[in-house]
Ligand binder design. Structure first.
Ligand code: COA
Ligand code: AMP
Length: 633
């Protein structure tokens, strides 16, 4: 029998001997050609894993399982309460679909290294499109459906896709959202024009297809010839995923093929403690990193059955939706965001719906995407009577940085902490001068370089911007989060220390919202902050100074600003509240005191910063916060 190692032993080994540690993990992946070097540090801080190695991610996710006898196992369960559909695909069936769609892309001239944008709802075709790109070595970039045309346009302009793949509509609870008009608008705005758009027509909406550009998914698939996979370099990009930075320009996080496959495969076994054949469900969206790693690639590379759920935690049709899926499909592991549980708790505080279902298959609930507040942790634990595991990570890393690794050695849980760093991640806390701080003291959470396999090697065609992560504190990757270790080595993540906020587990940039608001003709300047919210964790709140002489009704202006953010960034921003103020609190050098404003909005005690130019501006913010329902009660 395999000797059980302690967490500490595995962790120490991963930090002391990273090359042998990850080379061993890489044995679980199929390689066309083995690597020449496990870790190439010759261009540090641009580290590369498995240099010289060749593989294909789609082969690892589908073909090899069919070849190894899993052809008749269910690969994907599409469960869509919004269309009243449950459809299962075996590994063999999914491979056939992906090979044919890869054939479609090849016949349209898509080649290794070309980029493809996928703007789709939670339907199997989204997964087929992703894996088909991987099969032929094309680089996909999935854009979340909740983004407005302008955001899609920014991504089209940056990724310069040859082809865009979309669907006629998404279904959000009871709302049907036509996608095609948004795609058309995005292409109109973008200076880069994709040659071809492939549209999957859903029965709920028939999209108009533009002659000479738009093609119908089904018609293409009818005539398609399946194609085989091509070997790609371990260091070739598999995908680009745009995420919010501190400005309006999103960051194109690059994921490579080799390190990604190795890390995800390892994480399924050692973090999530599942085995091939079990049902793994990440209730997220393919547009986010959680969807990429744990709806699509992780579970399939490892040989699990994955659930693609097109619904919400509540309202589709009731707060028992998650329990219904778990019992119907015998889910072993559920992964979602705390906000989903807060939504369920609000509608079913006593867990009456939970009692209606058999949840005996469920081993663990994993939560990530935002801080897991102790209230939600205790409620979920009491109701489910299963281990509730908080774990912390980011789009950039692609897989967890800190977790209670259930497949190594379950450690005692401390509410409010994602437990300890995952093997491979040398997490440290630094003060403002870059010095390590003792346990109990908060600081910037950083990871000592090199990052383990699977993490971003760079940003898409922007090495310079990537360097911002690794040059602020030389030798470390700066996560953007603040936090501390306790005396037992448990990590506590306290939230972002930059202008990124987390709304219902969705990462958004307050800077991007400020850029939109600043475009309004009556606005002189503004600040957008993340205010604490019982359901969504945080929601954005704006404080706006008008240009001198503007005498319009403030409510009307606020309504226009709300609409502008909705139109340009998307409904997902949840920007609904703003107050017009005479001035913003600033330092004498003109920097807006956002930290202090945030404390005022959240009704917390604060000290008046010694650098403040005009302390009376703080009273202005206190009054304004009160007027929109924030601040001290
Ligand atoms: N396409 C188009 N619009 C979308 C969308 C999509 N894929 N996803 C969300 N939206 C819209 C919503 O319809 C809503 O619009 P509205 O302002 O017109 O009502 C807006 O964006 C905000 O959406 P959301 O923040 O999801 O709020 P909600 O009230 O609809 O739902 C929760 C609240 C908690 C149920 C929901 O956020 C949820 O299920 N969260 C789970 C967390 C999650 O999946 N996180 C991903 C990372 S793990
Ligand atoms: P994203 O890139 O969208 O996955 O968002 C990453 C950010 O979400 C992190 O930098 C954190 O601020 C936050 N986050 C994710 N998981 C957790 C967690 N378990 N605890 C606290 N914050 C989290």
């Amino acid at each position: 029998m395999e000797k059980k190692l302690s967490y500490q032993e595995v962790f120490n080994e991963s930090i002391k001997n990273p090359e042998s540690f990850w080379a061993k993990a890489a044995e679980e992946i199929h390689w066309v050609k083995k690597w020449d070097r496990v870790l190439d540090d010759t261009r540090a801080p641009f580290y590369r894993w498995f240099v010289g190695g060749e593989l294909n991610t789609c082969y690892n996710a589908l073909d090899r399982h069919v070849e190894n006898g899993r052809g008749q196992q269910t690969a994907v369960i599409y469960d869509s309460p919004v269309t009243d559909t449950v459809k299962k695909f075996t590994y063999q069936e999914f491979l056939d679909l992906v090979s044919r769609f890869a054939g479609v892309l090849s016949s349209l001239g898509v080649k290794k290294g070309d980029t493809v944008i996928i703007y789709m709802p939670m339907i199997p075709q989204a997964m087929v499109a992703m894996l088909a790109c991987a099969r032929i070595g094309a680089v996909h970039s999935v854009v979340f459906g909740g983004f407005a045309p302008n955001e899609l346009a920014i991504r089209i302009e940056d990724a310069k896709p040859k082809v865009v793949i979309s669907a006629s509509c998404g279904i959000e609870g009871k709302k049907i959202i036509p996608y095609k008009p948004m795609l058309d608008e995005a292409i109109k705005i973008s200076s880069h024009k994709p040659e071809i758009c492939i549209i999957y027509q859903r029965p709920q909406v028939q999209a108009d297809l533009a002659e000479n550009r738009d093609l119908d998914w089904d018609l293409l698939m009818e005539k398609a010839k399946p194609v085989s996979w091509v070997p790609v370099a371990a260091t070739d990009p598999l995908y680009i995923l745009y995420t919010s930075g501190t400005t309006g320009r999103p960051k194109g996080v690059v994921r490579d093929n080799g390190g990604h496959a190795v890390a995800l495969n390892w994480s399924m076994r050692y973090i999530y403690d599942v085995r091939p054949g079990e049902v793994y469900w990440a209730a997220s969206d393919v547009g986010w990193v959680v969807g990429h790693s744990y709806i699509v690639y992780g579970p399939l590379i490892y040989g699990c059955t994955t659930v693609l759920y097109e619904g919400k935690p509540v309202g589709t049709p009731d707060p028992g939706a998650f329990w219904r899926v778990i019992s119907q499909h015998k889910v072993s592991v559920l992964f979602t965001a705390p906000t989903a549980f807060r939504a369920i708790k609000k509608e079913d505080p006593n867990g009456d719906y939970i009692k209606k279902y058999d949840l005996s298959s469920l081993k663990y609930l994993f939560l990530a995407g935002e801080r897991l507040d102790p209230d939600t942790y205790y409620w979920a634990t009491d109701m489910l009577k299963k281990p509730v595991i908080d774990h912390w990570w980011q789009t950039e890393t692609g897989w967890p940085i800190a977790a209670n690794c259930m497949g190594i050695e379950p450690l005692p849980i401390k509410a409010g902490s994602p437990t300890k760093p995952v093997p491979g991640y040398d997490v440290q806390i630094l003060d403002n001068e870059g010095n390590p701080v003792p346990p109990g003291v908060e600081g910037a959470v950083v990871i000592k370089l090199p990052l383990p396999p699977g993490c971003l090697p760079t940003l898409w065609q922007d090495d310079k911007r990537f360097l911002e992560y690794v040059t602020e504190r030389p030798g470390y990757y700066v996560t953007g989060d603040g936090g501390r270790f306790d005396e037992d080595g448990y990590l506590f993540i306290m939230g972002r220390i930059d202008d990124v906020i987390n709304v219902a587990g969705h990462r958004l940039s307050t800077g991007a919202m400020e850029e939109i608001i600043a475009k309004h003709k009556d606005v002189a300047e503004c600040a957008v902050l993340g205010a604490e919210d019982n359901l969504k964790g945080q929601v954005p709140v704006g404080f706006v100074v008008l240009k001198a002489g503007v005498e319009r009704n403030p409510d009307e202006i606020v309504e226009e600003l709300v609409q502008m953010v909705r139109n340009e960034l998307g409904a997902i921003a949840c920007f609904k509240q703003a107050a017009i103020v005479k001035a913003l609190p600033k330092t004498r050098s003109g920097k807006i005191l956002r930290g202090t404003m945030r404390k005022i909005v959240d009704g917390k005690d604060y000290t008046i910063p010694s650098t403040i130019d005009d302390p009376s501006t703080l009273n202005v913010i206190e009054e304004a916060a009160k007027s929109i329902g924030y601040g001290k009660k």
